[in-house]
Design a protein around this ligand. Structure first.
Ligand code: IVH
Length: 671
């Protein structure tokens, strides 16, 4: 009986692997999707009934599994190199000349292929079975992303055909098709989240998900483009033939790979592909030319990071022409004001562009930009689209100058421009709702605390409802508070609470990044965490100690030091830790004094020098509980102008009342 089940399961697995191969590698399915689905369901049912017979290489195991705590590092057997760039015909001709000279040949055959805009991956197979996948990392060491790779259908779990080497490392590019990328961004925007800047970031972000179930939903695919380690077997002697062999073993190979001769052949391929670029289903940023003969490749060898036998011919940045409909001034998490041009939507290099950054107000002056001007915009690789220049002679009578803002568009406080700085800033750090919102959005973002389901719209809603004023408040949210909000069904409330809860266990570098210290990006946060494995030590570090950390200069050191010397930031960090945020080797921070601990405050009326929400946060940070109504338990009522019934109730109960001036002097005196 069991042996029957075993052979039935084996047959189903083999059939599904084969159909997967027909579909992805050959692009020639031989059965209908519904038939595939029937086989899949049959296998799923058998595996459910016989869980002991479930194996990792089963086609049913592509749905992802429990989140990992972190990625482990993998040393590449052979370094994963990058490519030198050729920006024009002369660069391509020079490349060919160098190659020909070194090889002592007049003519050289190349294999030309599209350069896919995705992320590199290394896949290891032993005995024809998928063993593990690694990212490129720094070229020498990558991260183990096997769980995520398994979810990608174009990555075979079991090789087809025969005569494959005992150990085989296949390398390629994981990417998202343009349509899939657009859908993903659309969905992110609808959820109020920040869309990915380009398909490459989307692919990289998806591969670095700790929860492979999320990766499984991203519809990633892959083209194989080379091999790394090869042991116990023979491979064809030319790159082009090697690609055909990889296809037979089950890998997806780009259909536009071609053999070409000399610089002329390379250039003709480049020109032809540039013509078709917008019509391809995926984003490319150029063409890769590789010396076809593997023996010649070996003879040419490589420089430190790039092979002498290959080059990337890069396409010029895609440009478009459109009209600036409006200019909005956005407030970032550090108060920086960024002008953003709202454009009449236009296709540039296959992507619809409707916004472009103008960086700062000086840039508007430099461009001489007026509203309703026609402009040339450019989208180059990973950069956000930008306005290059105003299209000459195109200014209409209806155009008007763009006025430099004097006040923050969100909190109306006066904008300042520091000496030697081009950036206009809102300096109302604590009171500006836009800054607060951006800080929280940054805190929850993918590379920071990675709280799913907390997009910009939800953050705004929570802030408007007075439930959240800073990042720490997220960890105090309760189910009942959420379900009372509009659009929050019990299921979504529960999900959000669970996501917030799950984010508590983090690592120090994410946590540092999440704080949103000016100038401290993901990489700097990682260096800081490495240099200061204990947060308390980082918080106490002076600028000299910070400058000693790799990649940190005096400007960044000053920002970091200023951030940690600010008592509001210290309280925020302390409260985050109190509310359960932890990381391995989490250090217990010296408790900050909480002078208002045990007190219950109520706030009423309007204040001139702070918003009610900022006041609430400040009181909470000092240890007070802030309640919504006055009762016998109230310690103190903070009453601004036009205080009404709460004031009379407090007076009738004999509860002390403090006005704005009194509050200010109290807050100044407290530590
Ligand atoms: S060959 C030494 N072929 O481009 C050989 N790379 O800048 C290096 N890429 O990290 C890789 N499409 O992720 C090769 N058809 C292709 C490629 C390709 C995209 C990426 C790859 C690599 C980067 C090199």
């Amino acid at each position: 009986m069991t042996s029957d089940v075993v052979s039935r399961i084996d047959a189903l697995k083999a059939a599904l692997h084969h159909h997967n191969y027909q579909y992805h590698a050959l692009d020639a399915p031989i059965i209908a999707d519904s038939e595939y689905d029937q086989l899949f369901q049959a296998l799923l049912a058998l595996e459910k009934a016989h869980p002991d017979l479930l194996t990792e290489d089963s086609p049913t195991q592509r749905v992802g599994s429990e989140p990992l705590a972190g990625f482990t590092q993998i040393q590449h057997a052979l370094p994963m190199l990058s490519l030198d760039n050729a920006f024009n015909a002369v660069d391509i001709a020079d490349f060919h000349e160098r190659v020909a000279e070194r090889l002592g040949q007049m003519h050289v055959r190349y294999c030309a292929e599209p350069k896919i805009d995705g992320v590199a991956i290394s896949l290891l197979y032993e005995g024809g079975r998928f063993i593990r996948a690694a990212t490129r990392g720094d070229g020498l060491t990558g991260e183990d992303v096997s769980m995520n790779a398994r979810t990608i259908e174009a990555i075979p779990l079991v090789l087809q055909g025969d005569h494959f080497p005992d150990r085989l490392e296949v390398r390629g590019e994981v990417y998202l098709a343009k349509a899939v990328f657009n859908d993903l961004n659309q969905a992110l925007i609808e959820q109020g989240e920040k869309p990915f800047a380009n398909p490459r970031n989307a692919a990289a972000g998806s591969m670095r998900q700790l929860d492979s179930r999320l990766t499984a939903k991203r519809r990633l695919t892959m083209f194989a483009y080379s091999v790394g380690l090869v042991e116990g077997g023979n491979l064809p002697s030319e790159h082009y033939d090697l690609m055909q062999q990889l296809r037979v073993w089950g890998f997806r190979i780009n259909p536009d790979i071609q053999q070409v001769n000399d610089a002329e052949g390379c250039q003709a391929y480049f020109d032809a592909l540039a013509q078709r670029r917008a019509h391809l289903a995926y984003e490319i940023d150029g063409v890769v030319f590789k010396v076809d003969s593997l023996a010649s490749q070996a003879a040419l060898g490589f420089l430190t990071r790039t092979p002498r036998w290959a080059i990337a011919g890069k396409f010029p940045a895609a440009q478009g022409r459109t009209r600036v409909l409006d200019v909005e001034f956005q407030v970032g998490r550090t108060g920086a004001i960024t002008p953003v041009a709202r454009l009449d939507p236009v296709q540039v290099g296959g992507v619809v562009i409707s916004n472009a950054t103008l960086h700062n107000f000086d840039e508007i002056k430099r461009l001489g930009l007026h509203l309703l001007d026609e402009v040339i915009i450019e989208r180059a690789g990973d950069v956000i689209p930008k306005v290059i220049r105003v299209a000459a002679s195109a200014r209409g009578l209806d155009s008007s100058p763009i006025v430099r803002p004097l006040q923050c568009p969100e909190c109306q406080s006066e904008l300042v421009q520091q000496e030697h700085e081009v950036i206009l800033r809102c300096t109302n750090d604590l009171g500006c709702p836009a800054q607060q919102k951006e800080r929280i959005r940054h805190f929850v973002s993918r590379l920071a605390m990675d709280i799913d389901g907390l997009g910009g719209k939800v953050v705004e809603q929570l802030m408007k409802a007075g439930l959240v004023h800073n990042a720490a408040d997220l960890y105090a949210l309760e189910f009942d508070q959420l379900v009372s909000l509009e659009r929050f069904a019990p299921i979504s409330a529960k999900k959000l609470i669970a996501a917030i809860d799950a984010s508590k266990a983090t690592d120090l570098s994410r946590f540092i990044y999440a704080l949103g210290i000016p100038e401290v990006g993901e990489a700097t946060a990682a260096s800081l965490a490495r240099a200061f494995p204990r947060l308390a030590a980082l918080m106490a570090a002076d600028e000299a100690a910070l400058v000693a950390v790799p990649d940190i200069g005096p400007i960044v050191a000053a920002q970091i030091s200023a951030y940690f010397n600010n008592t509001n930031n210290q309280r925020l960090i302390e409260r985050l830790c109190q509310l359960g945020v932890v990381w391995p080797e989490s250090d217990v921070l010296e408790a900050q004094p909480t002078p208002l601990a045990g007190q219950t405050w109520v706030i009423t009326g309007t204040f001139d020098t702070f918003s009610r929400s900022a006041l609430k946060t400040q009181l909470q940070d000092l240890g007070a509980k802030v309640a919504g109504s006055v009762s016998a338990k109230t310690t103190r009522l903070a009453a601004g102008r036009e205080a009404g019934s709460k004031l009379s109730k407090a007076e009738s109960l004999g509860i002390p009342v403090i006005d704005e001036a009194g509050l200010r002097s109290l807050l100044e005196q407290l530590p």
